[in-house]
Design a binder for this molecule. Structure first.
Ligand code: C5P
Length: 362
């Protein structure tokens, strides 16, 4: 009997999966728009966005961890004294002796989230999405090296196709290596002000996305090692992750401030130019972090891979409409190869051979 949780009668597993796909696509579009549609002098600080993301995600995860303890207790446990006892229990779990283990993925995720801003500011949305699929390759490499996982020949073949597909997209996007103007969203207020706008550098973007793929793979595998090595609650682990992220995330915010010893000044510098699009980017990122946690708990990494590949198609269609993205034959060939490779990689054991023969021409 399937006892997995449901939302409105639908399995949480699939709801979280579809939500992650839509979240992934929405994040790259909103983040891209929030960075490139605004003149450089009015741009918000990515370091502030990374810090706010961790502050909000950690707080929400703490409330969920507390709520889980309270909902498992009786009526007396939900009194004021009961809430205080639950609060103390959650805090004790958070500051458990093995909490330091989360410091490594926390640092890696801060670096990854910062690199994501550099990448998305210098690459078209669809190109970023496709190239970011290389994280499947790095995740596989770190899984083999750290978790001693064994990969079958189909998985290695699909990883090879993935690298080829990413290469095709990369070659067409970096041709000439000249920094290029970003596609101005249709109807944007800056459509008629070409001199102010952000200049994209594809080479810088690809450098950042490649580095982000390495931190993503290592952080994901490390987080998996920590989760499987203990019985601690996922939401408690999320709070630990956010807590350890605070120092590396806050450091650049303090360094950006002209008066780092004055908290009010730091706050002012941090929130400078933080408009609606910046807040939307942070909100979608926070939501994504929470959904990722649910996907890891109720689904698995195989289904997470599917969600990411679905998000490529979604963001591609959206960028054609929103950013006037032009479909080139090499983009189509490259992204199709990436999608087929992702699908092949995600075939369960036993179905792999069927997957290969069905993509090969007769
Ligand atoms: O692309 P990838 O799957 O590596 O992205 C993971 C993202 O999810 C990162 O932005 C990370 O900060 C976030 N995350 C999280 N909580 C977790 C695991 C990942 O917020 N438990």
């Amino acid at each position: 009997v399937d006892t997995s949780p449901t939302i409105c009668g639908m399995p949480l597993k699939y709801v979280s999966l579809v939500t992650l796909a839509v979240q992934n696509a929405a994040l790259s579009i909103v983040m891209h728009y929030s960075r490139v549609s605004i003149p450089a002098a009015q741009a918000y600080s990515p370091a502030s966005a990374v810090l706010l993301n961790e502050l909000l995600k950690g707080s929400i995860s703490f409330v969920i961890a507390l709520w889980r303890v309270l909902s498992a207790s009786d009526a007396a446990g939900r009194s004021l004294v009961g809430i205080f006892v639950a609060f103390k229990r959650v805090c004790r779990e958070i500051f458990s002796p093995d909490c330091w283990k989360l410091s490594i993925p926390a640092l890696l995720y801060v670096v990854q989230n910062s690199l994501q801003f550099v990448a998305i500011s210098n690459l078209p949305v669809a190109t970023f999405q496709v190239t970011y699929q290389m994280k499947i390759l790095t995740t596989a490499a770190f899984s083999v090296a750290l978790l001693r996982k064994r990969l079958g020949s189909t998985k290695w073949l699909s990883l090879f196709f993935l690298a080829i597909g990413v290469g095709i997209v990369q070659i067409q996007s970096t041709a000439g290596h000249a920094p290029q103007r970003q596609n101005i969203p249709v109807g944007s207020a800056h459509e008629s002000a070409p001199l102010h706008i952000h200049i994209m550098s594809p080479l810088k973007g690809f450098g950042a996305v490649t580095a982000a793929c390495f931190t993503s793979g290592l952080a994901g595998v490390y987080f998996e090692m920590v989760l499987k090595g203990s019985k601690a609650d996922l939401w408690v682990r999320n709070v630990q992750l956010s807590l350890f992220s605070l120092i590396p995330a806050a450091l650049p915010v303090f360094l950006e401030s002209p008066y780092p010893h004055a908290p009010w000044n730091v706050m002012n510098t941090m929130l400078r130019n933080f408009g609606g699009w910046a807040w939307a980017t942070v909100a979608i990122q926070v939501f994504g972090g929470l959904v990722t946690a649910i996907v890891i708990k109720y689904s698995d990494n195989i289904l997470k891979g599917f969600a990411t590949s679905l998000s490529i198609v979604l963001s591609f269609m959206a960028s054609v409409v929103l950013f006037g993205f032009r479909i080139t034959p090499s983009f189509l060939i490259g992204s199709t190869t990436v999608l087929v490779a992702t699908w092949m990689y995600n075939q369960p054991p036993g179905k792999e051979l069927v997957a290969i023969t069905s993509v090969m021409p007769a």
